[in-house]
Write a protein that binds this ligand. Structure first.
Ligand code: NAP
Length: 489
C-alpha cells in the first residue's frame, strides 16, 4: 500500500497569518500530504495587505499575471495592474477553491509561541492554546503602521487616518484633503482622489522618481482568449517573470544598465510631463532612481498639476485643530488628513512573544535589528520558519514568487523531521553570522544603498534586502545546504 508522504511522522503545523503567504502555505502543506495544520489569523478575513489596504487607487505594481500563484493562473484579471479589491477576491477565491478555508481560525491572534520539550506551545489573545511541531510565520513585511512623529496629530478636528486604515465613512468629495508622504501609497491615492476633492495638499518631504506606467484594462477579446487558452496565461506569467528577474538583477548594482535606463525614463517623464518649471524643480529628486522603492504611475504628474492640487515642500511644523502648519508659518486648512507614511518593517511576527530553545527570547536576539539565515530560519528557534522574513528579496519583486520559493525550501527542511531523522532543525549561528557579514557588505553596493532615506534601510543605513541577483536567490532556494543547519534528536 502506498503511504502518504506525511505518514512517517504526523507533524502538526501552525501557520501564523492568512495573507498571501499563509494561504499559499496551507495549500502547499496539503499538497505535500500534511493534514494536521491550522492557520491562525487575527483578523476576521484572509488577505493580509489586500484586506487592510483599501485606499482609493490601490493596485499592485507587479503585473497581475505575475502577481498570481504559479499554480493558480487567473484569466480574469481586469487590468495589467489590477485593483486591490480584485486581488483580495483572487486570494479568497483560491483559498475557497483549494479547500483551505476550513483550516483557518479567524479572530485568533497568537500572542505567545514558546519552544518547550521539542514542540511549540502557542497561545492566542483569547486564551486558546495549541501545541505543534512546526511553526511557519507568514506575518508579512508591510504590516505594522508607521505613525509619523508629527506634533499635534491628536489636536486635528477633521478626519485623520493612515492610508492602510482608510476610513470609507469619511466624505472626501468636495472637501479639503491633505496627504502626508510621497511613497507608492500616496502616489496612488493622489491620482485617484484629485478630481473628487475641493483642494488637495500633498505634503512632500522627499521628491520621488516616477516611472511612467500605463495600466490598460484587458479587452473582452483578450479576456476570452485568456479563458480559452490557459497556456497563453502561463506563458505571460513566465515571460513577465523573466522581465522582472532582469530588472531585479539590475537593482543589486547601483550602476547597472537597468538602473540607468530607469533613471533615463523617469527623468524624461519629469521633464516632458511637468510644465511649470518651479513645480518641476520641487518634484526633482536628488538621489538615484530606484534608491527608494520605485514608484510607478501614469497619472501622478497629471494629478499634481490640476488647479486644485498643491505640492507643499515646506516642512511640517505641527498639526493644529484646523489643519497643517508648515515651517514658513502658513496654515493649510483641511477637512481630512491622510497619513501615507508607510510601515515599520522591523517587526515581522512581533509583538508575538517568541521564545526559542532554553528560554531564548526573540526580542533579545533581535534587539539591534532582525536577522535570519536566508530570511527563513533563526538560530536557537528550531522548527520555526518564516516567509518573507528579514532581509529577503523585497525590491520590486513579486513577493508571491519569493514566498513560493521560500516555502519549497522550508518544506525540504521539514523533511528530516517528517522522516524522523531528527527532532529539531534550525540554522546554525556560524552560518547565519557568516552570511550576514557577506550580505551586509553586498547590500552597500545595491541601488538601495546609493544614498537616500527609505524603508529598506536598517538603523545603520544598510539595506535590509537580499543584495544579490534574483537568480542567485532562486538557486539558494532550490535546496538547503544542510551544513548550514543544526539538527538535534
Ligand atoms: P513609504 O514608501 O514608506 O512612504 C512613506 C512616505 O511618508 C514617504 O514619502 C516619507 O517621506 C513620508 N513620511 C514618513 N514620515 C513622515 C513625516 N514625519 N513627515 C513627512 N513625511 C513623512 O510608504 P508607502 O507609500 O505606504 O509604501 C510602502 C511600500 O508598500 C512601498 O514601497 C511598496 O513596497 C508597498 N506598496 C506597494 C504598492 C503597489 O504595489 N503599488 C502600493 C502601496 C505600497 P520620506 O521619503 O522623506 O521618508
Amino acid at each position: 500500500m502506498e503511504r502518504s508522504p506525511a505518514a512517517a511522522r504526523n507533524l502538526r503545523f501552525a501557520v501564523i497569518g492568512a495573507g498571501m503567504s499563509g494561504v499559499l502555505t496551507a495549500i502547499k502543506l496539503r499538497k505535500a500530504g500534511y493534514r494536521d495544520f491550522v492557520v491562525y489569523e487575527k483578523a476576521d478575513r484572509l488577505g493580509g495587505t489586500w484586506r487592510e489596504n483599501t485606499y482609493p487607487g490601490i493596485a499592485c505594481d507587479v503585473p497581475s499575471h505575475l502577481y498570481s500563484y504559479s499554480f493558480e493562473p487567473n484569466p480574469e484579471w481586469s487590468h495589467r495592474f489590477s485593483p486591490g479589491a480584485e486581488i483580495q477576491a483572487y486570494f479568497e477565491g483560491v483559498a475557497t477553491r483549494r479547500g483551505v478555508m476550513e483550516c483557518m481560525r479567524f479572530g485568533a491572534e497568537i500572542t505567545h509561541a514558546g519552544f518547550r520539550d521539542g514542540r511549540w506551545h502557542l497561545e492566542t489573545k483569547d486564551g486558546r492554546r495549541d501545541v505543534v511541531d512546526v511553526v511557519i510565520a507568514a506575518t508579512g513585511v508591510l504590516h505594522h503602521l508607521k505613525w509619523p512623529d508629527i506634533e499635534g496629530l491628536d489636536r486635528f478636528e477633521g478626519a485623520l487616518f493612515h492610508s492602510a486604515r482608510w476610513d470609507h465613512g469619511v466624505q472626501i468629495d468636495g472637501r479639503r484633503v491633505g496627504v502626508v508622504g510621497t511613497g507608492s501609497s500616496a502616489v496612488q491615492i493622489v491620482g485617484a482622489i484629485v478630481d473628487r476633492v475641493a483642494h488637495l495638499s500633498l505634503f512632500q518631504r522627499t521628491a520621488q522618481w516616477i516611472m511612467p506606467q500605463e495600466n490598460p484594462c484587458y479587452s473582452d477579446a483578450e479576456l476570452a482568449e485568456f479563458r480559452r487558452n490557459p497556456e497563453l496565461v502561463d506563458k505571460m506569467h513566465a515571460d513577465m517573470a523573466v522581465l522582472f528577474s532582469a530588472f531585479s538583477n539590475g537593482l543589486v548594482d547601483a550602476n547597472s544598465p537597468q538602473m540607468q535606463a530607469i533613471e533615463t525614463a523617469c527623468l524624461a517623464n519629469l521633464e516632458q510631463n511637468v510644465r511649470d518649471p518651479v513645480l518641476r524643480e520641487k518634484l526633482r529628486p536628488n538621489y538615484k532612481a530606484a534608491c527608494k522603492r520605485l514608484v510607478m504611475s501614469a497619472d501622478f504628474y497629471r494629478a499634481v498639476q490640476e488647479p486644485q492640487a498643491e505640492v507643499v515642500t515646506e516642512g511640517i511644523e505641527r498639526v493644529e485643530a484646523k489643519g497643517v502648519r508648515t515651517r514658513d508659518g502658513r496654515l493649510h486648512e483641511l477637512d481630512v488628513l491622510v497619513l501615507a507614511t508607510g510601515f515599520r518593517v522591523d517587526r515581522f511576527m512581533r509583538p508575538i512573544r517568541v521564545v526559542g530553545r532554553d528560554g531564548l527570547e526573540l526580542d533579545a536576539v533581535w534587539e539591534k535589528r532582525p536577522s535570519a539565515y536566508l530570511s527563513v530560519s533563526i538560530p536557537g528557534f528550531p522548527n520555526f520558519f518564516m516567509l518573507n522574513g528579514p532581509n529577503g528579496p523585497v525590491g520590486n519583486f513579486s513577493l508571491i514568487e519569493v514566498a513560493e520559493l521560500q516555502l519549497g525550501y522550508i518544506l525540504q527542511l521539514v523533511e528530516p523531521l517528517r522522516r524522523g531523522e531528527c527532532c529539531e532543525i534550525s540554522a546554525s549561528e556560524s552560518a547565519t553570522q557568516r552570511l550576514e557579514v557577506e550580505r551586509t557588505e553586498a547590500a552597500r553596493h545595491t541601488i538601495w544603498g546609493s544614498g537616500c532615506r527609505s524603508w529598506y534601510l536598517d538603523d545603520r543605513g544598510v539595506p535590509m534586502s537580499w543584495p544579490w541577483t534574483f537568480d542567485r536567490f532562486r538557486a539558494e532556494m532550490a535546496a538547503p545546504k544542510i551544513e548550514a543547519y543544526e539538527r538535534k534528536g
